[in-house]
Design a protein around this ligand. Structure first.
Ligand SMILES: NC(=O)c1ccc[n+]([C@@H]2O[C@H](COP(=O)([O-])OP(=O)(O)OC[C@H]3O[C@@H](n4cnc5c(N)ncnc54)[C@H](OP(=O)(O)O)[C@@H]3O)[C@@H](O)[C@H]2O)c1
Length: 242
């Protein structure tokens, strides 16, 4: 996909991966609509990128509709970067957090994609989803894992059905405020977190080359392949090594 001069919408643009994607797309010459909730952080990214900030809460249809109204007719690249995590045993997760995870990580990308697909088709555009390696199923992140597996399946279906380019990015741990926002630090010694800029570079390069999936770091693809070929062995290894 040619990026210069195209109009891109980035959700989650106020922080972490979304902010890094916005900065990379600005360098590529995209015009940007930056979607987030925190006005101060969103404004700072707008200052750095020249993008237009849009405050919208993606937990509800009203926020989704605001993004659609601002993007319909012109969007050529839609990057689904907004998301939240939750860690801990499933039985300890409260109902409201469970609903928020599904709403922001899965329902909002589906609703935005559904509503903006006619424009993306007309623009010969592209969709990018920020999923996670957790899509293979991670202990103590059951609902988060389910939202990311759902997002990956949704992207796969839209890729086949829509005729436009669809890229799914599956990062491992990334050094962003994600862990502070979810209320539990990243505790594993391995794999080491990568930078948000590395994820943004991988996403933009994959969009350019119309690649279906990209893992960051790349070797994480091995885990996904073992999971696909031998889920029982994968679960045993996962229990053993975490
Ligand atoms: N960090 C990691 O290790 C990691 C690994 C794999 C995948 N991911 C995925 O990468 C994506 C970005 O995460 P990140 O690491 O950049 O985390 P982050 O720094 O916490 O950023 C999350 C972004 O999502 C937005 N967001 C959250 N709830 C929202 C809501 N209700 N309405 C609208 N926007 C909302 C936030 O906006 P406000 O702050 O303005 O509310 C923020 O811009 C997520 O989908 C996450 O699941 C992260």
């Amino acid at each position: 996909m040619r990026l210069a001069g195209r109009f891109a919408v980035v959700t989650g643009a106020s922080s972490g991966i979304g902010a890094a994607v916005a900065e990379r797309l600005a360098r590529e010459g995209c015009e940007l609509l930056l979607v987030g909730r925190d006005p101060r952080r969103l404004g700072a990214v707008a200052d750095r990128t020249g993008g237009r900030p849009l405050q919208a809460d993606l937990r509800g249809q009203a926020g989704i509709d605001e993004v659609c109204a601002a993007a319909a007719g012109t969007v050529a690249l839609l990057v689904h970067g907004a998301g939240l995590g939750a860690a801990g045993p499933l039985a300890d997760l409260d109902a409201a957090t469970t609903a928020d995870l599904v709403a922001v990580n899965l329902t909002a990308p589906m609703q935005l994609t559904r509503a903006l697909l006619p424009t993306l088709r007309a623009q010969d555009g592209h969709l990018a989803f920020v999923a996670s390696i957790a899509a293979v199923g991670v202990a103590d992140e059951a609902v988060y894992s389910a939202t990311k597996a759902g997002l990956r399946g949704f992207a796969d279906a839209v890729r086949v059905e829509s005729g436009i380019g669809v890229t799914t990015v599956l990062p491992g741990a990334v050094d962003t405020p994600f862990f502070t926002h979810r209320g539990r630090a990243y505790e594993r010694r391995f794999p080491r977190p990568v930078t948000a800029a590395a994820v943004a570079d991988a996403l933009v390069d994959a969009v350019r080359r119309d690649r279906a999936e990209v893992f960051v770091p790349r070797w994480l693809v091995l885990g996904a392949r073992v999971h696909g070929l031998a889920p029982t062995i994968f679960a045993r290894l996962s229990r053993r090594f975490g």
